[in-house]
Design a protein around this ligand. Structure first.
Ligand SMILES: Nc1nc2c(ncn2[C@@H]2O[C@H](COP(=O)(O)OP(=O)(O)OP(=O)(O)O)[C@@H](O)[C@H]2O)c(=O)[nH]1
Ligand SMILES: [Mg+2]
Ligand SMILES: [Zn+2]
Length: 371
């Protein structure tokens, strides 16, 4: 490929790994592009044009549509794809290159017999920014649920506390957040007044991709605009208390910041569903797992069994009751999904799990001495 084209693509995260995948037999004559936006049946992709980055409106080749067994096989925001141009500003996506990481959620069917569908929210992300707002909406239990999804995505989770100006006691909130997110860094920001943003600098390096995830109204788009220094995205009306639950952002879109980092903004997830197996839950609850190693029974449910080290930690005030309760709740959900899921999906989830981020291992290593 022409050197300048390589440079253009690299500024959107193209790597040697992608290049190698694109050299596979059968892909000759196709051009690489990154999916910037996904809408119903339509995609915007970024390709290397003659004089710089070029946005193209794309559709998906019929063969790809036919062969897709699930929605997860179709291009998602952040995907690298191979395209064929079909006219000025237009292209047809021929194939989706293998994903380095993916943040997805499960969509269980209506009935017991429906297969579980996987929906990919963002692909090829380095960092999952789990966004939770300070103030009356602060909810560490919700952050835990998002973190569970993030741990199994293959991306490094970062818990971002937005609207730090609304916290009555920021110190207390932060220690609660740190407890909810073992193994993940916690960063507090106030996008409105523009402070704390530098805490995200380590994750916003040129060519790295971060995805903003969190409930509607937590300030994801406001944060994106503050990081970009311009109005890339529309944000919720300030006096928006009457339209709670409505999404301001409706598409999943990838933006390039002046710093060269790539950020995907997403609409808030309405309810969060898990595409995870038990191990992903355990990794978001590494603190509980560490205590559990000392429980008398290997399969202890920490619900009154004798010799339970987790209960002992709760009684000693080292672990909060709420956190043990959310662990139990997530466990139940995962078990439910595993019962309903097919073995192929379960195996796929476990394979994804194996690529869990370095941070879990780093956390394991750092805490090994403490156990
Ligand atoms: N006080 C305060 N308000 C903020 C801050 N950041 C965002 N907000 C407000 O929070 C509201 C929601 O912000 P958005 O950025 O639209 O939230 P969002 O997460 O993108 O919401 P969806 O697109 O619906 O998922 C807006 O009214 C913002 O002005 C902040 O740092 N402090
Ligand atoms: Mg938004
Ligand atoms: Zn126990």
């Amino acid at each position: 490929m022409h050197l300048e084209r390589e440079t253009i693509l690299a500024s959107y995260g193209w790597s040697e790994g992608c290049a190698e995948a694109a050299r596979a037999p059968g892909y000759e004559g196709l051009e690489p592009a990154r999916v910037l936006e996904t809408r119903r049946g339509a995609w915007t992709v970024l390709a290397a044009g003659d004089s710089g980055p070029e946005e193209l409106e794309a559709t998906v080749a019929g063969r790809l549509l036919h062969e897709a067994a699930a929605q997860a096989d179709l291009p998602a925001t952040g995907d690298w794809v191979l395209i064929r141009r079909s006219g000025p500003g237009a292209a047809v996506i021929q194939t989706v290159l293998p994903r380095r990481s993916k943040f997805s959620r499960k969509r269980p069917g209506e009935t017991e017999r429906d297969r579980i569908d996987e929906q990919v929210i963002a692909a090829n992300v380095d960092y999952a920014f789990i966004v939770g707002a300070a103030g009356k909406d602060w909810n560490p239990r919700r952050a835990e649920r998002y973190l569970t999804l993030a741990w199994e995505s293959g991306a490094q989770p970062v818990l971002v506390i937005t609207k730090a100006d609304l916290a009555e006691d920021l110190e207390a909130l932060l220690s609660e957040a740190v407890e909810a997110a073992p193994g993940a860094p916690v960063v507090a920001v106030c996008a409105r007044e523009g402070w704390g943003l530098e805490g995200l600098d380590p994750y916003l390096a040129p060519g790295k991709t971060a995805v903003l995830l969190g409930s509607s109204g937590t300030g994801k788009s406001t944060l994106l605009n503050a990081l970009a220094g311009s109005e890339l995205q529309r944000v919720q009306d300030v006096r928006a208390d009457d339209h709670r639950g409505r999404h301001t952002t409706t598409t999943r879109t990838l933006f390039r910041l002046p710093s060269g980092a790539l950020v995907i903004d997403t609409p808030g997830l309405r309810e969060i569903q898990l595409w995870a197996d038990g191990q992903a839950v355990d990794s978001s609850f590494a603190d509980i797992e560490a205590y559990a190693e000392s429980c008398r029974f290997r399969d202890c449910s920490h619900d009154g069994e004798p010799g339970c080290a987790v209960r002992a930690a709760v009684e000693a005030g080292d672990l909060s009751e709420d956190r043990v309760e959310s662990w139990r709740k997530l466990r139940r959900e995962v078990e439910y999904l595993e019962r309903r899921g097919d073995p192929v999906a379960a195996a796929a989830a476990r394979a994804v799990w194996k690529s869990r981020s370095k941070a879990v291992r780093a956390y394991d290593k750092a805490t090994r001495g403490l156990r």
